[in-house]
Design a binder for this molecule. Structure first.
Ligand SMILES: [Mn+2]
Length: 195
């Protein structure tokens, strides 16, 4: 089982996470930001990652610190759980609809962090208590600490909740493919010899 446990404490947030990449999608997630909990639950369910995550942050100021730091911790946890990365499929792709919205997600566990996030029209919309602009900050922190290239494209969609939900289901599913051990892969899936 590829597992990791991470704790991170700063003056702004206190976060503990446990992840098992070879799980069945059991999750217990509480960040005190309900919309973020909803999205991370989807990601873990669709990724089949068993996940425990607890975050306490200074949300009385703004959600930003907590959202970003959860991205850091989750990224580090997945990277640590991947271990030596031998035998992984490495790449993953998912195109997920949620009613009228579509998100396509491509992932390469390359060791080189890169985020492409094309969901421009999200910036026009609002959710109840959550600023959709923070999704990009979350993903940036996640990618930087996980060491992956992540491309999220939303070609169309009307409802903000649907758009973000499609994206997180897509991330879960693409990541699940990418981390999966392929018995035909011997060693690292690269001609370079290093990921
Ligand atoms: Mn929903």
């Amino acid at each position: 089982m590829r597992k990791a446990k991470i704790e991170r404490k700063t003056k702004e947030t206190n976060i503990a996470a446990e992840i098992n990449l070879d799980g069945s999608g059991k999750y217990s997630i509480n960040t005190s930001i309900p919309f973020l909990d909803h999205m991370l639950s989807l990601m873990c369910k669709h990724g089949l990652f068993d996940t425990k995550l607890k975050a306490k942050g200074d949300i009385e100021i703004d959600d930003h610190h907590t959202v970003e730091d959860v991205g850091i911790v989750l990224g580090k946890a997945i990277k640590q759980a991947l271990g030596d990365m031998k035998g992984i499929s490495r790449c993953g792709y998912a195109s997920v609809p949620m009613d009228e919205a579509l998100a396509t997600v491509s992932i390469d566990i390359s060791g080189r962090p890169y985020l492409v996030y094309k969901a421009e029209f999200l910036k026009k919309s609002k959710l109840k208590d959550f600023d959709p602009d923070l999704i990009e900050d979350f993903l940036h922190a996640f990618v930087s600490n996980c060491g992956i290239a992540l491309h999220v494209n939303v070609p169309y969609g009307r409802n903000t909740h649907h758009i973000i939900e499609a994206a997180f289901k897509g991330i879960g599913r693409a990541l699940r493919q990418a981390v999966t051990i392929d018995p035909r892969v011997k060693g690292l899936p690269t001609t370079k010899g290093k990921l």
